[in-house]
Structures are given as structure tokens and as C-alpha cells.
Ligand binder design. Structure first.
Ligand SMILES: O=C(O)c1ccccc1N[C@@H]1O[C@H](COP(=O)(O)O)[C@@H](O)[C@H]1O
Length: 220
């Protein structure tokens, strides 16, 4: 079985790019959300994107972005994927995919089993689904909070599109999360930081190694 593919989100410095790429991450995420400690201006993101080696897919994380914002972003930063982490409807996801001609990953927040049908709904229009913990209503950030959800909710589930598991993962928990859910892709931000917005190369290496060593339990 191929290795679990890892996305390291919230890269802000060339050292972060090097840490993610040398650890063997498949995706690097750039956050465009002003309230986030990982927020990047377009010019900084462009420099990082040009610095990234070919094996590291460059993902832009945006939250309820309008066309003007996405026009400027995609004209400035070379990207491989858009991650929609707001309240974008399935119709808006389809519109963004058609207009910007980039693969689109839609984040879906999960707290209880009642949230699961949303995954299937978005799987009809997005290229990938990011299954994350649903933030608390009063949270400043719609993600990147280091908050996990009950992984048993998605254990053994199948959807029409590839999906990534996220939410409070750390080097110590990612193997168990993969084993329990069968995830073939995982995403992390705060779990590989030494302080909010400050990536830690040692934690990135440990996370990727643990994810890739993890064995998903085959389910019937
Ligand atoms: O990372 C952020 O700052 C962020 C801001 C706004 C929306 C989403 C954000 N991060 C995404 O959330 C998941 C989970 O983060 P964590 O590992 O629990 O800290 C992360 O993988 C990002 O894709």
C-alpha cells in the first residue's frame, strides 16, 4: 500500500518549505486568512511557492474568498490546489473550480454523526474533501485550532472523492488516527508548531515519519 500522503499547513518561511519537503510531505499549505497566525501576504506566498521543490504541491487555504481575491491570488502565486475552508456552498465550490481551473479541496467540519452527510454533498463537486474538526461557534479561526474530533465517526467510511483527515493531529496521535480511520492522507498545522504560527522542523519530520509508518486497518 502506498505511503500516507501528508500536508503540512501554515508554512510561512523558506525553512518551513525545506522541513516539509525534506521530511517527505506531499503538500504544503499557505494560509490566506488575516486572523490566522499563519497568514501570508501574496508577495511572501509567491516567494515561498517559487522556492518549493516540484514534489511539494502548493495549496492555498482561503476562507469565503470572493472572485477578486482569488483572481489576485492565482495571478500572483503559482498554485497546485485551492483549499476552501469557509462556508462555501456546493454551488460556489463548483463555480470556483470552473473559473480558476485548479483542483479544489473543500473542508467539512465534523462534530457529530449529523455532520457526515455534508461530506457526501461536497464530494459531488470538489476534487478532494478535508475532514476537519468543526470549530466552536465562538472560535476566531475556522480551522488550525488544534482541535480533534471523534475519529470513530469516519472509521471505515467511503466517499466518491479522495479525502484528508485533519484536526488536532500530532506526531504522537497521527498513527492511531490513520489506523482507526483508514485515512490515506492527513493534514496538520498546530501539531507541528513550537508556538502559534511557528513551525518546528523536528516535529514536521516526526509527524511525516509517523504518518508514513502507520498502517491503516483494512475494513470489509
Ligand atoms: O491553520 C490555520 O491558521 C487555519 C486558518 C483558517 C482555516 C483553517 C486553518 N487551518 C486548517 O485547519 C486544519 C487543522 O488544523 P490543526 O492541525 O488542528 O491546527 C489544518 O490542517 C489546516 O488545513
Amino acid at each position: 500500500m502506498p505511503d500516507v500522503r501528508v500536508k503540512i499547513c501554515g508554512l510561512t518561511k523558506p525553512d518551513d518549505i525545506e522541513a516539509a519537503a525534506s521530511a517527505g510531505a506531499a503538500y504544503g499549505g499557505f494560509v490566506f486568512f488575516a486572523k490566522s497566525p499563519r497568514h501570508l501576504e501574496f508577495a511572501a506566498a509567491r516567494s515561498l511557492a517559487l522556492y518549493a521543490p516540484p514534489g511539494l504541491a502548493k495549496v492555498a487555504l482561503v476562507v469565503d474568498a470572493d472572485d477578486g481575491f482569488l483572481d489576485a491570488l492565482t495571478a500572483t502565486v503559482p498554485l497546485d490546489m485551492l483549499q476552501l475552508h469557509g462556508h462555501e456552498t456546493p454551488e460556489r465550490v463548483a463555480e470556483i473550480k470552473a473559473r480558476f481551473r485548479l483542483p479544489v479541496m473543500k473542508a467539512v467540519g465534523i462534530a457529530t454523526a449529523d455532520d457526515l452527510p455534508e461530506i457526501g454533498r461536497y464530494a459531488q463537486v470538489a476534487d478532494q474533501i478535508l475532514i476537519d474538526a468543526k470549530p466552536a461557534p465562538e472560535a476566531d479561526l475556522p480551522g488550525g485550532n488544534g482541535l480533534a474530533f471523534d475519529w470513530r465517526l469516519v472509521a471505515g467510511k467511503r466517499w466518491a472523492k479522495p479525502w484528508m483527515l485533519a484536526g488536532g493531529l500530532t506526531p504522537d496521535t497521527v498513527a492511531e488516527a490513520v489506523a482507526l480511520t483508514g485515512a490515506r492522507q492527513v493534514d496538520v498545522s498546530s501539531g507541528v508548531e513550537s508556538a502559534p504560527g511557528v513551525k518546528d522542523a523536528g516535529k514536521i519530520a516526526a509527524f511525516v515519519a509517523a504518518a508514513q509508518a502507520a498502517k491503516a486497518v483494512p475494513r470489509i
